[in-house]
Design a protein around this ligand. Structure first.
Ligand SMILES: [Fe+2]
Ligand SMILES: [Fe+2]
Length: 267
C-alpha cells in the first residue's frame, strides 16, 4: 500500500497577494497531477492541515474545485489556518468528517488503521488535543487489536528546534506522548505544520512531519529564531507499507525530474 501525505497547501483566491508570492492553488493542482501520474501512484491521499491560508469561504471554494482532480480517495485534516465549521460545511461529500464536535475520524478498509485528530484551536496558531480527544484516541488504540495504527494530526507533538514554529506548537504534547507510550502497535505519527521534513521519537514511536506543497519554512534553529519561508521545491511524503517491511517513509518532489538512467527499465 502507498499512502501520499501532502500538507500545508495554504490555498488562497487568485487575487490574494499571497498568491503572487507562492501560487499555492496552482501548486496543489501540480501536486494532484503529479501523484495521479506518478510511477509510485498512491492508493490514498491525506492532506494534513492548513488546507487554506485564512479560513475564508472563497478559499475553500478554490480547494473544492481542486480536490476532485485527485484520482484516489482524499482525506482532509484541519490545521491552525483552517476553520473546522466551514470545512465541515463546505465538504459534505467528505462524510467521514463528524457532523458535530471535533473533526476526529478513523479510516478503515486498509491493512493499516488511520486515526486522524483535530488539533485546531479556533483563531489560534497553537494546537491542542484536550482530555476528551486523548481519551478517544486511547480507546481507538485499545479497540484495534489486528492492525498497526498510523496517527495523523497537524501540530507535531515535539519541539523541533525551529523556535518560531515551536511557539505555535501543540500545547499538550506531553499528554499525547503518554497515550502513545501505552501502545506498542502504533506504526507512525504523521504531522504537518512545520513545512519541513523532521523526525523524532515520541513515546517510543517515530513522528514525522511533512513538507509543504506550497512554500517551506526557513531552517533557522535555536537562538536563530526568526520566522522565514523559502522557495525550496514543493515536496510531499510517500509512505510505503508492506506486511513484511512495515511502513517506510520517502519524500518526493512535486516537480518531475528527468531520469538519468534506469537499468533495464523503461519507466
Ligand atoms: Fe502551514
Ligand atoms: Fe500550521
Amino acid at each position: 500500500m502507498l499512502i501520499a501525505q501532502l500538507s500545508d497547501c495554504h490555498v488562497v483566491v487568485p487575487e490574494d497577494e499571497f498568491n503572487e508570492l507562492y501560487h499555492p492553488a496552482d501548486k496543489l493542482i501540480d501536486a494532484a497531477r503529479h501523484v495521479n501520474n506518478s510511477v509510485n501512484r498512491p492508493d490514498i491521499v491525506f492532506l494534513t492541515g492548513d488546507l487554506v491560508n485564512t479560513a475564508k469561504r472563497e478559499e475553500y471554494e478554490v480547494l473544492r474545485d481542486i480536490l476532485p482532480t485527485f484520482e484516489m480517495p482524499v482525506y482532509l485534516l484541519p490545521g491552525n489556518h483552517d476553520d473546522c465549521s466551514l470545512l465541515r460545511e463546505m465538504f459534505p461529500e467528505h462524510d467521514y468528517l463528524p457532523k458535530e464536535g471535533k473533526l476526529n475520524y478513523v479510516v478503515d478498509g486498509w491493512p493499516l488503521k488511520f486515526i486522524c485528530l483535530d488539533t485546531n484551536i479556533h483563531g489560534k496558531p497553537q494546537g491542542r488535543l484536550g482530555e476528551e480527544q486523548l481519551d478517544w484516541l486511547d480507546q481507538e488504540l485499545k479497540a484495534e487489536t489486528a492492525r498497526p495504527v498510523v496517527i495523523m494530526l497537524h501540530h507535531p507533538p515535539f519541539k523541533t528546534g525551529l523556535t518560531s514554529m515551536d511557539e505555535m506548537g501543540l500545547l499538550d504534547m506531553a499528554e499525547f506522548a503518554e497515550v502513545v507510550a501505552r501502545h506498542d502497535h502504533i506504526e507512525r505519527v504523521l504531522c504537518g505544520h512545520l513545512h519541513r521534513a523532521i523526525q523524532k521519537l515520541v513515546g517510543g514511536t517515530l513522528v514525522q512531519t511533512c513538507p509543504s506543497t506550497s512554500h517551506q519554512v526557513r531552517l533557522l534553529l535555536g537562538e536563530n529564531n526568526a520566522l522565514g519561508t523559502t522557495f525550496e521545491p514543493p515536496e510531499y511524503l510517500l509512505h510505503y507499507w508492506t506486511e513484511a517491511g512495515g511502513l517506510v517513509t520517502h519524500s518526493d518532489y512535486v516537480k518531475d525530474y528527468d531520469v538519468a538512467w534506469t537499468l533495464d527499465g523503461e519507466m
